[in-house]
Design a protein around this ligand. Sequence first.
Ligand code: UD1
Ligand code: CA
Length: 464
Amino acid sequence: MFENIACLILAAGKGTRMYSEDPKVLRPLLGHPMLYYVYRALEPIFGEDILTVVGFGRERMEKAFPEKIDRFVMQEKQLGTGHAFSCSFDALKATGAEYCLVMNGDTPLALTETLEDFLDDTMASQADIAFLSLTLDDPGAYGRVIRGKNDSVQAIIELKDYDVHVHGPETGEINSGIYLLRLDAVAPLLKELSNENKSGEYYITDLIGLGVKHGLRVDGIACGSDEFLLGVNSPRELLEAELVLQQFINETLVDKGVILRNPGQVRIGPDVIVAPGVDITGPCEIYGTTEIRQGAIVESNVVILDSLLDKRSHVRSFSHLEKAVLGESAVAGPFARLRPGAVLKENVRVGNFVEVKKSVLAKGVKAGHLTYLGDADIGENTNIGAGTITCNYDGKNKHKTIIGKEAFIGSNTAFVAPVKIGDQTLVGAGSVITKDVDAHALAVGRSRQVNLKRRKCNDESGPS
Ligand code: UD1
Ligand code: CA
């Protein structure tokens, strides 16, 4: 629909006001970096054809978005947003597009619909240069939009350079940092960009005044006070944006029929799927690609990342799940830890202080207390006693523990992997199992208890 428009995200800046060693656009909101949201808003319009200017913390940017690297453009020195655009100009021209949508990478909440409307409006008005503006009660540190006769845009003046005597009283109208530029129209203006301003930077916003000066068609499209278009520059603005997003996601879920008992403290990422009727009590954090199916319950103080909670499963309080699967009607916690590759099938129960990693627990397995199951396969209806440990690591490699179905593992058993335990075996409590055990066998691997007579006691002085 917008084939003639290329797309560029400005994301090379450090973000000094964020006080972080990471590039600002990698600061997360509800489990994803800011820049993730910008891609998420733009991809429905531009697919993969999105260029990103990177510079500060480039390696970290590449690590965070490896699939985007071949569309990264380098800005070696961060000399300002105008310079970032100039650095990308050849790459933009190479796309063959006539226009370019440019967007700051620190505007994570912008919606696809808003961007589409902006493109529709600017295409219809055949603007050479256009930008989206907001009107705020407190215009903060954003660039001020200056309008002249008939409301025609004259310039954008950055706060540091704004002078009431020269530019007139504040109107509250500010630049959102989203622009549409006709490439051939702005090309001659690039060499006129100057860094003679209070910041000593080349501003992309100067293209507006230059465009007016050269008689180009310049439009400022006013977008009310849409808080979704605010740039995020400081921890406070990050917090505010996250609250807006949290409220938006939670209200959408409640409208869909999800029960959120403490919505102010429920933090759910934008890609999480939650079925109507699911019951979630905050505080909790549920992020990534997590899916929670019908009838599931999530109690308080729970963290869930990239996991599947199947129908009627139940995560009890203080549990932590990452890349795990909790099967139908399975129960985890309180205080359970399911690490990557933990797959708990139907009706499995794991209780307090049970840690499961890269292990499959078949239907009906129970591990009620104080257990570590790593690199294990456990058959149906097997019962794992308290304190059972799979010793899966020999200092160099990881090894598997395979336990059959309907086995009964006594408390405090250590399985020294690799080891295989047959169906319906019984393992005596306190065993250290180093050898395979056949089906139906009883295995005891501990020293036999010896009861000896104590030496005779002298009644008066006690034992000697
Ligand atoms: C910018 C606008 C301001 C607008 C505001 C909206 C300019 C000069 N000002 O200000 O009018 O109201 O956004 O949020 O553009 N970046 C680079 N290379 C650089 C410098 C910055 O790629 O050399 C990137 C940053 O990573 C960031 C974006 O450009 O994603 C905007 O830069 P930032 O410094 O945040 O600009 P603001 O001061 O917020
Ligand atoms: Ca900014």
